[in-house]
Design a protein around this ligand. Sequence first.
Ligand SMILES: [Zn+2]
Length: 183
Amino acid sequence: MTNQYQDIDFGTVHITVNPRAHRFIMRPMVGGLRVTVPGYYMVSLGEVKAVVDKHRVALLRNWQKVNARPAMSEDDIKRLRHFAKQYLPIRVAELAQEYNFQYTSLKIQSSRTRWGSCSGTNAINLSLFLMKVPEHLIDYVILHELCHTVHHDHSPRFWALMDEVTQGKAKEMRKQLKEYTTG
Ligand SMILES: [Zn+2]
């Protein structure tokens, strides 16, 4: 399958296959759209286009937000990184202590494709662009990665643990976070 195509509204649609994804994930970006396709079966370009069409109206709303903003300058990103390096290590340590999680290391990266990740060895990565979302959603992402130190998947057990540490608001906050992009 070709890994990109042109869309009349979004511009270049970049398609990546992720064996760990369990559903289609669509992220608006400047001048385009990134579509992550679950790796468990072969999808055709037609199927990708059909999924984009199905979500077109909602995606356009977010795409317009991303594309209306002037791109962040190198200086803006430098400031954000500085702020992230001051804030995130302390907050991760606080939340880990409060809920009794163990992680091996924390890295702050400039990932635009995801807010955070947790490796099999419980090394946590967070995107510096997290500093652009409200504090309670920063906590949500941190808690999400900390819960992965216990459950390395998105199983019902994982979400039950997420609900425990977010007073039952995990799914609601996941929805809120979708309103934000790393752009
Ligand atoms: Zn996760």
